[in-house]
Design a protein around this ligand. Structure first.
Ligand SMILES: [Mn+2]
Length: 269
């Protein structure tokens, strides 16, 4: 029995199959963790969703910004953008089942025994593990409720740029979602810069990668994340694992075996 965590797939089905084959993945015995952005930009988002859904309990997922965007288009609150490549999902006979499964997925996942947790983008400075879990759950509850369309519509936007415990309603859910699914750079007080998508250096004073700010949580817990292909899998913290290695941009798909920290890669065309 082993646990394998995989970076952003974004519809790249062939490299995912390649990795599963490489480690002789067996869903009766092993677990597959995915750091989100299962769909979009790549060629086979439908096949990726079908495969992961069929794997049942052996799969653990956290939602990424592209997954949420797919839900927003599917719920009719957003139009697909020219670059979006998930038309096949929206036209599929099993669309309803796939989307019902997707909306049930969390934004944060943790396995206490293994000592790992995962999130798509990051965790803002100052949030304890208990707070991340509680705030992620607020978004999850709305996604699984009748308010889903209202939330998906209100989810877009970069404001408020900073968490405040007094925030209520959609503004509160939007900033939580932006931290967990879109963040790269922020300041020590958690003010977000959602425009900068470059490597590790921000040009704006006070802005650093979210994980370079002091956060006691990062001393105690091992965190897997995706979303930031420009990092090329390189981070400094001993407890941090950046798994997005730009598969959809012609990079590679990365898989890490959590029990021994060994990496596996498949090339992406
Ligand atoms: Mn992403």
């Amino acid at each position: 029995m082993a646990t394998y965590a995989v970076g952003d797939i974004q519809g790249c089905y062939a490299p995912l199959l390649c990795l599963l084959e490489e480690v002789e993945f067996d869903k009766r015995r092993d677990q597959l963790w995915l750091v989100g952005d299962l769909v979009n930009r790549g060629p086979q988002s439908l096949e990726v969703l079908r495969l992961l859904k069929s794997m049942g309990n052996s799969v653990k997922i956290v939602l990424g910004n592209h997954d949420l965007h797919l839900l927003a288009v599917a719920w009719g609150v957003r139009k697909a953008k020219p670059k979006d490549t998930f038309d096949a999902i929206l036209a599929a006979a099993d669309k309803d089942e796939l989307l019902a499964w997707l909306r049930e997925q969390p934004l944060f996942y943790r396995d206490k025994k293994l000592g790992y947790a995962m999130v798509h983008a990051g965790i803002p400075p100052g949030w304890s593990l208990a707070k991340v879990e509680k705030r992620a759950h607020e978004v999850e509850q709305v996604l699984q409720s009748r308010q889903i369309a209202e939330f998906l519509d209100a989810m877009y936007g970069d404001e408020p740029a900073r968490w405040d415990k007094h925030l209520r309603g959609m503004k509160r859910l939007r900033v939580i979602t932006n931290y967990l699914t879109r963040m790269r750079f922020c300041t020590a007080d958690g003010t977000l810069d959602l425009d900068d998508k470059t490597g590790k250096e921000s040009t704006r004073e006070g802005f650093q990668p979210w994980f370079d700010h002091r956060n006691p949580l990062l001393d105690e817990h091992r965190i897997l994340f995706g979303h930031w292909a420009a990092l090329e899998g390189q981070v400094t913290g001993k407890n941090l694992f950046a798994l997005d290695t730009g598969c959809v941009w012609g990079g590679k798909l990365t898989m890490m075996r959590l029990e021994d920290g060994r990496y596996f890669y498949c090339k992406c065309s």
